[in-house]
Design a protein around this ligand. Structure first.
Ligand code: FAD
Length: 423
């Protein structure tokens, strides 16, 4: 099957799935304006393949068959593949108004994890599922987070056994699962749902160590779409969320039958933790590293423009501090060497660059720092200044010519660099 168009994706969502929104059953997601925003947002990932500007990045050709498929489905084998995936997620997020689409990204994070962790027949089933989604150009969500209940005890010790999804029956054809997952992003507007364990488990939790995939319209699967940020947003007061948003749901498995060819893990508690964490590893790459820079670009760019052009407070130290913090956060984890990136910032500061239109593209918005000029000071004075804060002009010191510029200390950026990685 060729790559789908955005309209084909939208039409595929009307398939008899069981959705509820604000207490009402929703037969067609596209017909509810508040929900349609999320469908349209996700649809732009399908538009990318038709856009000549992104086609090379968004479409991959199978070297054996010559078939084209979405680059999201390309299993990363080396650093170049990861960089390519990074560029695609980056471009898609920027095109989506800084809101990640999470319609093929998260699903492939899960299939990559299954392919890496499973062996033998289970791995073959995971590969068949991955190829099914790739060849039919499907949108895939991931239900990992269980409702959980009392966090101090594991799944089998909960007072209600259905707080984690678990196997309640097994036959020659497949398994029956019951329970609930929560915060399932894009579930309502996906075609398939991958279900993964949420934590490490012991022998007592055997029934809960289960991973599988089902189409979203599977009987017994019920999605209660969150009403978070749910009212209609006008584009003046809500310039971003009026056009871009994600849906998430409470995802209930009401005795759902799953055929064996869709069951990747069943009653294998020793694998639950590593499958859960491997998905998280891939998903940190998607959500943590590459969706952050476009968002921070907008924050930094927007804040800088607001501060400089509108309010006339560009000189305020606390505002410069905050922008510096965001710039350094944006650099951290977003690039192989954030320190090298920050050094680049320092060099640009020295050239007194103002933010330009291109800077917003790549997390490289730079703020001109205008530091009050002072006399040349010796090492002693510098040490004192470091101990006692900003240096003030003292009696008898020469006043510099008004408007003279001095380079901003690079130290300011490195001092604010947060220790966190790309979490
Ligand atoms: C924007 C967004 C999108 C998401 N999308 C998805 C998705 O698509 N699919 C999906 O499956 N999930 C999704 N999630 C859910 C997310 O993965 C979970 O919220 C996250 O794993 C935390 O789980 P929790 O909400 O149950 O919090 P908890 O596990 O209850 O954690 C809350 C706090 O309690 C602490 N805590 C928990 N247990 C213990 C303990 N035993 N001892 C001490 N401290 C403890 C934690 O460290 C944390 O500080 C999403 C969440 C967000 C915010």
């Amino acid at each position: 099957m060729p790559l789908r168009t955005a309209d084909e994706y939208r039409a595929g969502l009307v398939d008899g799935r069981t959705l509820f929104y604000r207490g009402q059953a929703v037969p067609d997601l596209n017909a509810v304006p508040e929900l349609r925003v999320a469908v349209d947002h996700a649809a732009h990932d399908f538009d990318l393949v038709a856009d000549p500007a992104f086609r090379e990045l968004a479409v991959t050709t199978d070297p054996d068959t010559g078939a084209e498929f979405s680059t999201y489905y390309k299993v990363p084998r080396d650093a170049e593949d990861l960089l390519e995936r990074m560029r695609l997620i980056d471009a898609s997020t920027a095109e989506g108004g800084t809101v990640v689409t999470l319609i093929k990204e998260i699903g492939t994070d899960a299939t990559f994890a299954l392919l890496r962790k499973l062996a033998g027949e289970s791995c073959e089933k995971a590969l068949a599922f991955h190829e099914h989604c790739r060849d039919n150009d499907l949108a895939v969500a991931v239900a990992q987070t269980d409702v959980k209940g009392d966090r101090s005890v594991g799944p089998s010790k909960q007072s209600d056994p259905d707080l984690y999804v678990h196997v309640v029956d097994q036959s020659a054809d497949g398994i029956v699962v019951r329970g609930a997952k929560c915060h399932t992003t894009s579930s309502a507007n996906a075609d398939e749902l991958v279900v993964l364990p949420t934590r490490a488990m012991g022998p007592a939790d055997e029934d809960y160590a289960v991973a599988f995939a089902v189409p979203v319209n599977t009987p017994g699967l019920e999605l209660y779409v969150s009403s978070y940020s749910g009212r209609e947003h006008n584009d003046f007061e809500f310039p971003l969320s009026s056009g871009h948003k994600l849906l998430e749901s409470l995802t209930v498995f009401n005795d759902v039958f799953v055929p064996w060819d869709r069951v990747f893990l069943c009653r294998e508690p020793e694998l639950a933790g590593s499958v859960a964490l491997t998905f998280v590893e891939y998903h940190r790459f998607t959500a943590g590293c590459r969706t952050k820079p476009p968002l921070l670009d907008a924050l930094v760019g927007g804040s800088a423009l607001m501060a400089i052009e509108m309010n006339g407070v560009a000189k305020a130290g606390r505002i410069r501090d905050k922008l510096t913090h965001l710039i350094s956060y944006s650099g951290d984890g977003a690039r192989p060497s954030s320190r090298r990136w920050l050094l680049g910032c320092g060099r640009r500061w020295r050239r007194h660059r103002l933010p330009g239109p291109d800077d917003h593209q790549h997390g490289q918005v730079h703020v001109r720092q205008r530091v009050p000029p002072g006399p040349r000071v010796g090492a002693g004075l510098r040490r004192r200044a470091a101990r006692h804060g900003p240096r003030r002009r003292r009696l008898g010191q020469r006043r510099r010519a008004p408007g003279a510029w001095r380079e901003a200390p690079f130290r300011a950026a490195s001092a604010h660099r947060p220790r966190t990685g790309c979490a």
